[in-house]
Design a protein around this ligand. Structure first.
Ligand code: PEP
Ligand code: MN
Length: 361
C-alpha cells in the first residue's frame, strides 16, 4: 500500500487542536443521545460518537438499539452540526450507516480481528467518501491491524484513519486494555500520513487514568482522541465506569498540552544535540555489552555441550532475575521493565546456546 494515497481529511477540517470524538458508549434513548450531543456542542468535540450495535463480551448485557437509533444520530447532526460516527460490525450495518448519512464509520476491535468481516464491510463501503476509522484488533498484532486498513484502502476508501484502544492481555494490569504504545508507534512509522486517534476510555476502563493516557498519546504525536462521554456516567447502560461528563471532558482537553513538533530555540537545539550524542554513545555501549555477554553465554554453552547438561538451569535463572530486579529497583527502574529486558536477553542467550549445543562439531 502506498502511504501517499491517504487523503488529508483531517487537515481539511482545519482544527486548531487535535480531533476530539466524544459521546456515549451506547445510544440508549433518543433523549439521552440528544442531551449528550447538546452538552458536547460547546466543547472541543467535533465528532459525536455512539454505539448502536454493541459487541458485548457476555450475553445478557445491553446489546444496543440497532437501526432504530440511526435517526437519533442523524438528528444530532441536524440539531448540533456535529459530525457523527457509529460502529459497524457487518455489511448490513455498513449499508444502513451510509443510508443515514453517518459521516464517519468506525470498525470495532472485535471486528478488526476477522478478515472475512472486514472484507465484507469494505465491499459494502466500496468507493465511499465517508471516513473509515479502524480500531486495533483486540490482540497485539500489528499485521492484522494493517491488513484491515489495507482491505479498506484496496476497496477505494481514501479517507482512512486508525484508532488505538489498547490490547487485551491475560496478565492483570492497571489498564483494561494495555496500551502497548510501541504498536501504534510502529503503525505510524509505516504509515506516517494515516491519522491516528487514541481511545483512552477503552485503554483505561475507568475514569482515573484518562488524562494521563490522553497526554501520552498527544506526546506521541497522535492526531486525536475518542473519549466516551455521558451526562450521567454512573448510570450508563454500558461501560459506566469509564465514561465522563461533557464538563469533565472540557477540563481534560483544557489541561492537555499539545507539544511542538521540534525545538526551535538555538540554545535548546544545541543542548538537545549534545544529549542525543550522549544517548548514541550509551546505545553503542549497550550493544557492545550485549555482544560481550553473548560471547560469555556461548562459552557456557560449550561447557554444557561437553558435559551434556540442559540449557535451562532454573535456579540460576531465578537467581539472575532476582539480582537484576533488586539492582534496578535501587536505581529507580521498574521491576516490570527489568523483567522484560532480561527475559528478552535470556531468550536470545538460550537461542545462542541451542545453536552451540546442537551443532555437529
Ligand atoms: C466502543 O467504542 O464502544 C467499543 C465497543 O470499543 P472497542 O471496539 O474498542 O472495544
Ligand atoms: Mn464502550
Amino acid at each position: 500500500m502506498k502511504t501517499t494515497n491517504f487523503s488529508t481529511w483531517l487537515e481539511d477540517m482545519q482544527l486548531s487542536h487535535p480531533l476530539v470524538i466524544a459521546g456515549p458508549c451506547s445510544a440508549e434513548t433518543e433523549e439521552q443521545v440528544l442531551k449528550i450531543a447538546h452538552q458536547l456542542k460547546d466543547t472541543d468535540a467535533t465528532v459525536f460518537r455512539a454505539g448502536i450495535w454493541k459487541p458485548r463480551t457476555r450475553p445478557g448485557n445491553f446489546e444496543g438499539n440497532g437501526a432504530k437509533a440511526l435517526p437519533w444520530i442523524a438528528k444530532v447532526k441536524e440539531e448540533t452540526g456535529m459530525l457523527t460516527t457509529v460502529e459497524v460490525a457487518n455489511a448490513q450495518h455498513a449499508k444502513l450507516a451510509l443510508e443515514f448519512d453517518i459521516d464517519i464509520i468506525w470498525i470495532g476491535a472485535r471486528t478488526t480481528v476477522n478478515p472475512f468481516a472486514i472484507q465484507e464491510i469494505a465491499d459494502a463501503l466500496k468507493g465511499t467518501d465517508k471516513i473509515v476509522l479502524v480500531k486495533n484488533p483486540i490482540n497485539p498484532d500489528l499485521d492484522l491491524w494493517i491488513g484491515a486498513i489495507e482491505r479498506f484502502h484496496t476497496a477505494g476508501i481514501k479517507n482512512l484513519g486508525a484508532i488505538h484502544r489498547g490490547f487485551s492481555s491475560y496478565k492483570k494490569s492497571k489498564y483494561r486494555n494495555n496500551p502497548e504504545w510501541q504498536i501504534p508507534i510502529d503503525l505510524k512509522e509505516q504509515y506516517p500520513t494515516l491519522p491516528l486517534i487514541c481511545d483512552p476510555s477503552h485503554i483505561c476502563g475507568e475514569r482515573e487514568g484518562l488524562f494521563d493516557v490522553s497526554q501520552t498519546a498527544l506526546d506521541l504525536k497522535f492526531d486525536g482522541l475518542m473519549i466516551e462521554t455521558h451526562f450521567d456516567p454512573d448510570n450508563a447502560w454500558s461501560d459506566a465506569k469509564q465514561q465522563i461528563t461533557p464538563a469533565r471532558l472540557s477540563q481534560i482537553t483544557d489541561q492537555l498540552k499539545v507539544r511542538k513538533d521540534r525545538v526551535e530555540e538555538k540554545d535548546s537545539i544545541e543542548r538537545l544535540n549534545e544529549l542525543r550524542d550522549e544517548i548514541n554513545i550509551l546505545d553503542k555501549r549497550l550493544v557492545d555489552l550485549l555482544t560481550d555477554r553473548m560471547e560469555v553465554v556461548e562459552k557456557i554453552g560449550q561447557v554444557k555441550k561437553e558435559k551434556n547438561v540442559a540449557i535451562l538451569q532454573r535456579t540460576r535463572w531465578q537467581d539472575i532475575i532476582k539480582k537484576v530486579v533488586d539492582m534496578g529497583e535501587e536505581n529507580g527502574l521498574s521491576k516490570d521493565f527489568i523483567e522484560r529486558i532480561f527475559k528478552s536477553i535470556h531468550q536470545e542467550s538460550i537461542e545462542h546456546q541451542e545453536r552451540i549445543v546442537n551443532s555437529k562439531d
